[in-house]
Design a protein around this ligand. Sequence first.
Ligand code: IDP
Ligand code: MG
Length: 170
Amino acid sequence: MGETKNAELTLVIVKPDGLKKSLTGNIITRLAETKLVIVGSKMVRVSRDLAVEHYKHLQGKPFFEDLIKYIMGEYHTKRVMALVYGGADAIQKVRDICGSTNPEEAQPVSIRGAYGRITTKGVFENVIHASANAEDAEREIKLWFGPDELIDPIYPMVEVEETIRRKKWK
Ligand code: IDP
Ligand code: MG
């Protein structure tokens, strides 16, 4: 990606409704239209801390608590798929294919227009998250992924020595 003009990275999350509806394949196929490159991907069980940090710009909104429950999977399944896409104008290209935040206002051919809905409770089940701008993208990618989980070491890193307890296979 080093030589690409206006190379950007963006975070994509297939939200719990997308997984519950088996839309992962459809969504990744749609995103392939962009010719962007996947530089990281994983399944995540979203903790409350991660959910609140990810959506901290929306704290105080009337729908905030439902949004946190939604992204934690309390309405569908407790997992999301997180991906990092990279390439020229990655942020806007992915946002265009996702469509508007409100799935009922999104273009019918966009991912949210095709697969999203608003529940009777007012939760926007819009299937996918995509970073909105370069600043959000960097913050979100650093929140969801560590340097070792991405194909390229994209942002400046530091090496730290620490004693941690971690699980390994028996
Ligand atoms: P975005 O996902 O299109 O960037 P944001 O304004 O960042 O939109 O909102 C984050 C998420 O919060 C949305 O994707 C949607 O799940 C939820 N959300 C935003 N606005 C509303 C609303 O008015 N009602 C219900 N949920 C909302
Ligand atoms: Mg947003």
